[in-house]
Structures are given as C-alpha cells and as structure tokens.
Design a protein around this ligand. Sequence first.
Ligand code: FMN
Length: 211
Amino acid sequence: MVLFESNAAALIRVICEEKVMAVTTGAGTPKQYIAQLQAAGIKIYPVVPTLKIAKKMLTLPIDGLIVEGMEAGGHIGTETLLTLLPQVTASTELPVIAAGGIYDSNSIAAVRCLGAQGVQAGTIFLATEECEVVPRYKKFIVAASNPGTTIKKSNAGLSARVLDLGENNQALSLRDAVVKGNVVTGAFMAGQVADRIKRIEPLHKVFERLL
Ligand SMILES: Cc1cc2nc3c(=O)[nH]c(=O)nc-3n(C[C@H](O)[C@H](O)[C@H](O)COP(=O)(O)O)c2cc1C
C-alpha cells in the first residue's frame, strides 16, 4: 500500500481485519503501523528504491524487502535493479524480492543470481485477457516500442514511469487511465518491459513463460 495516501490508517485497519498474508508498503515508512500489522500476523515487505532506504527499513522489525529498480512501472527511484539488488542482498539475511523488468524465467534466473529469493511483476500482467483495465490500455502496452515509456511527475509530485503517449498526455491519474482510457489525464503506468510485450495473452501463458 502507498503510505502517503490520506486514508492509509483506514486501509491498514481493513488489512488487519481481513488478515491478509502480507502487505507491501511504499512512499513512506510503515514504522507507525508495524505493531498493529504484526499483532494481526501480517508480514511486512517495504518496497525500496535505494540502498539508503533499504538500510533504514532494515532497522525496523520487517519480514523482507522488495527492491524495485527504475525500469519498473509506476512510482520509481533512480537506481537500476542490476546495481541496487546485489547491494541490498549483501546487506541482509532477510528475503529480498526483486521488482522491475521481470518478463520470463530468464529474468527470474538473473535476479536469483544477484541474491533475490522472489520476484514482483506488474507490467506483464497488464496485457492479459483477465486484466480489468480498459482495452485501450492493453493496446498501448502492446504497441510500446523502445523506448515505449517515459518518466513523468505524478499528481503526488513523485516520478512515475508511464507509457510515452506524447506531449499532450499529462499522466495525472492512474484511475483515468485504468477506467476511462483518457489519453490526456490518464497516467498509463508501465515499466520498460512493455517494450517486450507483443500481444495480449491469457494469464496462464504469462505464468508458463515465468516458470
Ligand atoms: C499500473 C501499475 C500500478 C502500480 N501501482 C502500485 C501501487 O499502488 N503500489 C506499489 O507499491 N507499486 C505499484 N506498482 C509497482 C508494482 O507493484 C511493481 O513493483 C512493478 O510493476 C514492477 O515492475 P514491472 O512493472 O517492470 O513489472 C504499480 C505498477 C503498475 C504497472
């Protein structure tokens, strides 16, 4: 969950009530919610974009880290996964999950070599038949070609990687992209791996490629 959202405390309450297995946190520190989450038996995995933030999170009683490279879709930092991941895995015995650019089993093998114990992927699931974004969003992913994405400031003032839809796209709202397919206001968040996605597929095909 995104911690800067004004309803973060309410979302944490729901997460605890529903007893979800694990929560990933970003854009802020989960420090004030840790006791509450742990009392509900929920594992906490902060998403980190730098070694500095990783080290800060490692001072908290968390269960693992998600290291996200700047090739990822959505809100990002400035470090690449290839350089950041081994620095983080060398700093902790906790499980580290790699995020950014995951496409297939070779991607998974690559991040395992750098010490990751798992992966988190987002973009590859957007162009699936089951994904509930508007069809136009999926078509834009398939049409993306190197470089199909760009970095823009989101309405929260943070850098976000979105599909490059030209100057007129203000990339203000993910909801406007997902629900309305609005090419002026919509933030069509997607990672650089969009360049590798050539067709809309059923989800099971994506998992076959990953495994
Ligand atoms: C459309 C979209 C929305 C996302 N929203 C969130 C979010 O709300 N919170 C979050 O922590 N990460 C979010 N992410 C990042 C993903 O959780 C994941 O770390 C990222 O997509 C991995 O990189 P990839 O896109 O190259 O697979 C989002 C990514 C995309 C593509």
